[in-house]
Write a protein that binds this ligand. Structure first.
Ligand code: AHR
Length: 661
């Protein structure tokens, strides 16, 4: 009887002996035979401002509608003691002044105080504000106190009972616009405070850009990102960061498309835009969803740099979302759109004294971001896309031949749009084609062989958006359950086995606010205090953290790939830097499986480590109540005669790390 080391607490993985009765699956890995290089970009992240991912999410601003620029400019603000139908002699009232024709960035708030003991202005935050005991929060506002009528502005965190949980004040000493800052320290932890502003004095004061950030943001930046959420992203060790989406790139209409130039430069000059997910789904309306662009293109590039990920911006190509209006820019008028792409490359990579490099420089980044990839169009389809794509391709390649262009095969992984798009793109020598799949868990298990027979030698594949849907795509009932995550793991072994062709992959969407979401499932869920990775997140993390750099063949002894037969899936890679091999195994059945893995042609260093992701029920999920229900468990195992014998539990994904001598 062959034995491996036994750790009773982790019996879910390793029954330590090979049963005499069970049928054993024998696999072999040839360590000396590298099939392909695994690209560092193999596992990345797809960021879209959906589900309050940016404002109200990773962008750490806590004030909603800080500049009074929403369509309803008082949205998010309350004046509990004021009445629009009276003179408010016992309090006061705020009015919004629109100072220019561009209604998107010129509003400010004029507060007229009749009785300072009665007037209160409240910001509700993004479904409240989460504060942590003893943490510091940086408050700032711009004020114009023309007649010096107001002596003090007082700021308070207030809970649902009216209790004050932190306060500070500013003295608005200038008659003209001036920025004031102050720090609040939270006296309690609370997930749902509001910010109450009161005044000392009677008369008028003008306010704008009222802002509140935790002092502890990611890397301590003032216009910063939420530390806990970015840490979850960093832990994925992503090879690339795709931004800013998704359909948000295209807009419901052309006018509402994402325009990167309006998201860079001084913060208060960035032009607010409605978020296209605002009213997309009748079942999840979020009328208070806008894009302040505090997280704009500069910040995305900076985040990619922080994460050690290749930046991958996706630009609109003169087509509004084809699921919505599908508005098209005439080909003759496409130049400004193409110019946006060329200018973006200059913004990212140009010298600090070039016109757009200068903008980057002025934002504190004289060095180029070394952007290598650009995406043209999101989920576009049809001849209208191909003719527009061809124009972009020509212009970009003429000026920047080394930039790799990502093109779109449309929203579905098969069918007319897909067939037409991919064949036309190949005629144009497309380099990397983006494929999207939102489908049932079963589809993911069945498609582990999807790329095995793809023609090689042409375009590479970017599996740019995928997620198993427990009910159906866009159903609000979809769950991030274990069946979905496990099925994605099975599918990902197929992506990895084809790493000569598939060079980038990303789950989508990435982030969702517990109370502000439109789309489910998502990789990471957060509220105003906490964030957690789903089971799907840990699947991504296990693949990404063990991506290796050389693809190895793992097969049955009769030479077949392990891609679903007997409900087993497997892939294997080598990391020549750490001197390890990583074997990924997935058992999607409700039965234990006994395995023997023969590592050929290289001596092993005696022990191996298994990282096991498993759960008893396919309906199990992580949640705010149980953040870590499904997380990897670690176990040691030993190798004998260059062989591993193990038993893999039902519904289990594991990565085995094996040291080479
Ligand atoms: O990930 C959500 C949406 O799904 C994306 O915005 C779009 O590209 C796809 O249809």
């Amino acid at each position: 009887m062959t034995r491996i080391n036994c750790y009773p607490l982790l019996a879910i993985l390793l029954i330590c002996s090979i049963s005499a009765t069970g049928q054993k699956t024998k696999l072999e890995v040839d360590v000396t035979h590298s099939i392909a290089e695994i690209q560092p970009t193999m596992y990345g992240i797809f960021f879209e401002d959906i589900n309050f991912a940016a404002d109200g999410g990773v962008y750490a601003e806590m004030i909603k509608n800080r500049g009074f620029e929403f369509d309803n400019p008082k949205m998010g603000w309350q004046q509990p003691n004021s009445n629009s139908y009276g003179f408010n002699k016992k309090s006061g009232i705020a009015n919004i002044i629109k100072s220019g024709t561009d209604t998107s960035s010129n509003n400010f708030c004029r507060v007229s105080i009749e009785n300072d003991s009665g007037y209160v202005l409240i910001n509700e935050g993004f479904r409240g504000m989460g504060i942590k005991k003893n943490a510091k929060y940086r408050f700032s506002l711009m004020a114009k106190n023309s007649k010096l009528a107001i002596q003090k502005v007082r700021i308070h965190f207030v809970d649902e009972t009216g209790q004050v949980l932190g306060e500070c004040s500013i003295t608005p000493a200038a008659r003209d616009w001036e920025t004031y800052t102050a720090t609040l320290v939270a006296t309690e932890t609370n997930p749902k405070v509001v910010l109450k502003i009161t005044f000392e004095g009677t008369g008028v004061i003008d306010l704008d850009n009222i802002s509140l950030f935790p002092v502890n943001t990611w890397k301590g930046r003032e216009n910063g990102l939420r530390e806990d959420i970015v840490q979850l992203l960093a832990d994925l060790q992503p090879g690339f960061l795709r931004f800013p989406g998704g359909c948000i790139v295209e807009g419901r209409t052309l006018a509402q498309r994402y325009q990167w130039k309006k998201t860079v430069g001084p913060l208060w000059d960035r032009t607010l835009l409605i978020n296209r997910w605002n009213t997309e789904f009748g079942h999840r309306p979020t009328p208070d969803y806008f894009q302040s662009f505090g997280l704009g293109f500069f910040e995305y590039f900076q985040l990619a740099e922080d994460l050690g990920a290749e930046p991958l911006p996706i630009l609109g190509c003169g087509m509004a979302c084809q699921f919505n209006t599908g508005e098209l820019v005439p080909l003759a008028d496409l130049d400004p759109y193409v110019q946006d792409a060329l200018d973006l490359i200059e913004f990212a990579n140009g010298p600090a004294d070039s016109p757009w490099g200068q903008v980057r420089n002025s934002m504190g980044h004289p060095e180029p971001f070394n952007m290598k990839y650009i995406g043209i169009g999101n989920e576009q389809w049809g001849p209208e896309y191909i003719e527009r794509y061809a124009i972009f391709e020509k212009a970009i390649k003429e000026q920047y031949p080394d930039i790799v262009i990502i093109s779109s095969s449309g929203p579905f992984p098969e069918g007319d749009f897909f067939e037409y798009g991919t064949s036309e793109l190949k005629k144009l020598d497309a380099e990397i084609i983006d494929e999207h799949y939102y489908n049932t868990p079963e589809w993911f298990r069945d498609n582990a062989t999807r790329y095995d027979d793809y023609v090689r030698g042409g375009a590479k594949i970017f599996a740019g958006e995928y997620a198993a849907q427990s009910v159906r795509t866009t159903s609000p009932e979809n769950k991030n359950n274990w069946e979905c995550a496990l099925s994605e793991a099975a599918f990902m072994t197929g992506l990895e086995r084809n790493a000569d062709l598939v060079v980038m992959t990303s789950y989508a969407p990435l982030l969702a606010h517990q109370e502000g979401w439109q789309w489910t499932p998502n990789l990471i869920w957060f509220n105003n205090l906490e964030a957690y990775g789903t089971a799907n997140y840990y699947v991504q993390k296990l693949f990404s953290n063990h991506r290796g750099n050389e693809l190895l063949a793992i097969s049955t002894f009769d030479g077949k790939v392990v891609a679903g037969e007997n409900n087993l899936f497997a892939s294997s890679v080598k990391d020549t830097h750490s001197g390890e091999i990583f074997v990924k195994l997935v058992n999607t059945s409700d039965k234990k499986k006994q395995l023997e893995i023969d590592i050929k042609n290289q001596k092993l260093a005696g022990t191996a480590t298994a990282l096991i992701l498993s759960s008893d029920q396919l309906t199990d999920e992580n949640s705010f109540e149980n953040l870590k229900k499904i997380i990897p468990q670690e176990s040691e195992l030993s190798t004998i005669n260059n062989q591993l014998s193990l038993e893999i539990d039902p519904f289990t994904f594991m990565v085995i790390k094996i040291g080479l001598e």
